[in-house]
Ligand binder design. Structure first.
Ligand SMILES: [Mg+2]
Length: 282
C-alpha cells in the first residue's frame, strides 16, 4: 500500500511564523522514508521558490518541488482553457510568475481574463479597471475565495473579499480555483503522483482543506493547531476522517490509535490499514 500527503501550511506546520512543535520532525520522517508529500497553499503572493525559502528558514528542509500554490493551479487551469491568453492581474510575484510560466501575457487593456490574487498593492484605480474589463466581457477568476487570512494581529482581507467587490459591482460571479475547488485538489494529487485512495489531506480549515479533500474522496485529517476547534465540528455536514490535536500526533502511537478508532471503513481502505501504514512509517 502506498500513501502520500497533501499538507496545508498555515495553522498546520506553522502559525504566525512560529513552527508547530513536532511539525519539522514529521516532515523529516516523510523525507527520510521517501513518502511523497506536497505543501498546499491558498496564498498566491509568493512563488514556490519563495515559499520553500520561507519554510526552510523556519527549519523545515524542503525544496520548491514540495510546494504547490493556488497561483500555479490558476495559471495551469487558464492555459488548459485558453492557450497563450492574456490577463489583467490584481496580485503579486507568485501569480505573475505562474501566468508567464504557462504562456500568458500580462496586459492592461482588453484581457481574456481578470485574475485576482493576494497582494498589498491594491488601488481603487486597479479595481475600477478590473470592473470595466469584466463589464466588457473579460472572465473573472480568483486564485481562491478565502474571505480572510490569519496574521499576527488577527485577520486581514483575503482574495475572496477583494474579488467580492468586483462581483458586487458587475453582478458577475468569479470562478475561484484554490482549495476547496476540485481543480486545485486534483492538480495537486497529480503532482503528488498518487491515486485518490492513496492521498491524505491534512489541514486546519474545514471550508477549504477538509471540504476539498472530502469532495475528491481523499482521506482527510483535521489538526486543531489552526482555525478550527473540536466543538466547531458539529456545525458541518461533512467531517474529517481523523481529528488530531497536532500534526505531531501522527507520530504518536497512543494518540493516533485513539483517534483512528473512529475512522470509517471504505471498500478500498480500512482504518486498520491506515493505522498500520502510519505505524510502519513513523
Ligand atoms: Mg491553514
Amino acid at each position: 500500500m502506498k500513501k502520500g500527503f497533501l499538507i496545508d501550511m498555515d495553522g498546520v506546520v506553522y502559525r504566525s511564523n512560529r513552527l508547530v512543535p513536532g511539525a519539522a520532525d514529521f516532515i523529516r520522517t516523510l523525507l527520510k522514508q521517501d513518502i511523497p508529500f506536497l505543501f498546499l497553499t491558498n496564498n498566491s503572493q509568493r512563488t514556490r521558490r519563495d515559499v520553500a525559502t520561507k519554510v526552510n528558514r523556519l527549519g523545515i528542509p524542503v525544496g520548491e518541488e514540495h510546494i504547490y500554490t493556488c497561483a500555479m493551479a490558476t495559471a495551469r487551469f487558464l492555459a488548459q482553457h485558453q492557450e497563450k491568453g492574456t490577463a489583467f492581474v490584481i496580485g503579486e510575484g507568485g501569480l505573475l510568475n505562474a501566468l508567464h510560466a504557462n504562456g500568458y501575457s500580462i496586459v492592461d487593456k482588453s484581457p481574456d481574463y481578470v485574475v485576482v490574487g493576494e497582494g498589498r498593492t491594491l488601488t481603487f484605480e486597479m479595481l475600477e479597471q478590473a470592473v470595466q474589463m469584466v463589464a466588457d466581457g473579460a472572465k473573472l477568476i480568483a486564485t481562491n475565495l478565502d474571505p480572510n487570512c490569519p496574521t499576527d494581529r488577527g485577520i486581514r482581507p483575503g482574495c475572496g473579499a477583494i474579488v467580492s467587490l468586483i462581483e458586487a459591482a458587475t453582478g458577475i460571479k468569479a470562478f475561484g480555483i484554490g482549495k476547496p475547488n476540485p481543480v486545485m485538489m486534483r492538480f495537486a494529487r497529480k503532482e503528488l503522483g498518487m491515486s485518490t485512495s492513496e492521498t491524505i489531506m491534512i489541514g486546519d480549515t474545514m471550508e477549504t482543506d477538509i471540504l476539498g479533500g472530502v469532495q475528491m474522496g481523499y482521506r482527510t485529517m483535521l489538526v486543531l493547531t489552526g482555525s478550527t476547534k473540536r466543538e466547531d465540528l458539529v456545525n458541518y455536514a461533512y467531517q474529517p476522517d481523523v481529528v488530531l490535536e497536532s500534526i505531531a500526533d501522527l507520530c504518536s502511537d497512543q494518540r493516533l490509535t485513539q483517534e483512528i478508532s473512529t475512522v470509517r471503513n471504505r471498500e478500498d481502505d480500512t482504518p486498520h490499514d491506515l493505522q498500520e501504514w502510519i505505524k510502519s512509517h513513523c
